[in-house]
Design a protein around this ligand. Structure first.
Ligand code: HEM
Length: 422
């Protein structure tokens, strides 16, 4: 399909590209992989009138868009005002779009440099004992429930609370405040929901404002009495030139970490449990630390937690993606879940195979916006799956897991399991 073409190709089943995309974006209960395969073959760079965007589904094309940050730009404040006048009415939208992921160089380079001084691999690796403790506590509770009731909902008891508690410990958010501040996240995430309307945006504004007020108190405390947590680090961070995060930047940075680090690891944890159950023949990969990483990376490729990239890109100039002409000023959306199943990049791509040679799957993006939390997410998922396997070798589903639509799409709403050795 070319940019000039006006008629949309139709899927054999009769659905137009727009209808297929609508299904992918708005429903969590459909199997997206046949749709991805059809798009990659027939319309790898498809214009969607419904979403007012070019939708890209092949690996090489998604990789090109992610890496070429000069042509494919994150939406910055200037573009935001031109393209989304509604942003002016919604503080939540403006905050999200001007976060790290919404910045272009040189602003992005500066912010990323500052946050990376504190969000270091050393700090993240140092979280391991803490993650192990949180994980053990949640699994103890899940095990008690399994003993008492015969089964337990791992989604609710473990997958969702694990990243929340880990993030809270990393940032230094007191445990007692968690019920309140975690409830704000789904409301804040309305800003990345393609189905959100005025009501949801207004709700997101209120949630951002509440989180902001909460944060201001915490930041003031850390200024007075710095601790060893990331928040204290971000409050005092500065580079060689003495440059530091402004109050607004600090707020937005914490918003971003809190919102970005929450749901995707929870989805990955549920997907990990599903994969363990579906592929017991590969479970032994989790037994050793050296091979567990390959299991987790293949899991994140095979079932990408954020299959439709939440962050948008806009073309700065007339360009081509995979031979298709795309004019300047157009939105480009990436189907990362599809790119990671592209057989041109991953032979026999629909097969879960931890032994496959590494080929840079895109679950954490690529280029300058590569996920800041990739190391943390990998660590959380690895610790959880290894401990699950150790405790419950006979784990099995006690009911059909239920998937639902969520903003990053295809989240589970419950995952009820049992085990013989409970
Ligand atoms: C399995 C879990 C995760 C997945 C699949 C994931 C995925 C991604 C992807 C695809 C991007 C790139 C977005 C783009 O290019 O527009 C990204 C960026 C980002 N992620 Fe993650 N993420 C995960 C976990 C986390 C965690 C735990 C944190 C923080 C605690 C985090 C923080 C961020 C931040 C701050 C960015 C923006 C980086 C930048 O713009 O420079 N993510 N993530």
């Amino acid at each position: 399909m070319t940019a000039e073409r006006t008629e949309q190709p139709r899927q054999p089943a009769g659905a137009s590209v727009d209808e297929m995309l609508f299904g992918l974006m708005m429903r969590g209960d459909i199997d997206p992989y046949p749709v991805y395969a059809w798009l990659r073959e027939n319309a790898p760079v498809a214009w969607s009138g419904g979403f007012n965007a070019y939708v890209v589904s092949g690996y090489a094309d998604c990789d090109q868009v992610l890496r070429d940050h000069e042509v494919f730009r994150a939406i910055d404040e200037e573009m935001l005002a031109a393209l989304f006048p509604q942003a002016a009415q919604h503080e939540a939208y403006r905050i999200f779009q001007t976060s790290l992921v919404g910045h272009n160089p040189p602003g992005h380079t500066r912010l990323r440099r500052l946050v990376s001084r504190e969000f270091t691999p050393r700090r993240i690796n140092g979280m391991r004992p803490e993650i192990e403790r949180v994980c053990a506590r949640l699994l103890d509770r899940a095990q008690e429930r399994m003993r008492a009731e015969g089964s337990v909902d791992l989604h609710r008891e473990v997958s969702v609370p694990l990243p929340m508690h880990v993030l809270a410990r990393l940032l230094g958010i007191p445990e007692a405040d968690l019920p309140h501040v975690s409830a704000l996240v789904p409301r804040m995430l309305h800003v990345v929901d393609p189905a959100a309307g005025e009501e949801q945006f207004t709700d997101a504004d209120a949630a951002f404002a509440e989180f902001g007020d909460y944060l201001d108190v915490l930041v003031a405390q850390r200024r007075r009495e710095p601790r060893s947590d990331l928040l204290s680090g971000l409050v005092s961070v500065h580079d060689e030139d003495g440059d530091r995060l402004s109050g607004d930047e600090l707020r937005t940075m914490v918003f971003t970490l809190w919102a970005a680090g929450f749901e995707t690891p929870a989805i990955a944890a549920d997907n990990g449990v599903a994969t363990l159950l579906a592929h017991p023949e590969h479970a032994h990969w989790l037994d050793a630390e050296e091979t567990a990483g390959a299991f987790v990376d293949e899991l994140l490729r095979w079932e990408t937690p954020g299959p439709v990239a939440a962050a948008r890109r806009y073309t700065a100039v007339d360009t081509r993606i995979g031979g298709v002409a795309v004019p300047a000023g157009r939105e480009v959306r990436l189907l990362i879940g599809s790119a990671n199943r592209d057989p041109r990049r991953f032979p026999d791509s629909d097969r879960f195979d931890p032994a496959r040679a590494a080929a840079n799957p895109l679950m954490f993006g690529a280029g300058i916006h590569y996920c800041l939390g990739a190391g943390l997410a990998r660590l959380e998922i690895t610790v959880l799956l290894r401990e699950l396997r150790r405790r419950f070798p006979g784990l099995r589903a006690a009911a059909e897991p239920v998937r639902r639509r969520s903003i990053p799409l295809r989240e589970f709403s419950s995952f009820i399991v049992t085990a013989d050795n409970r």
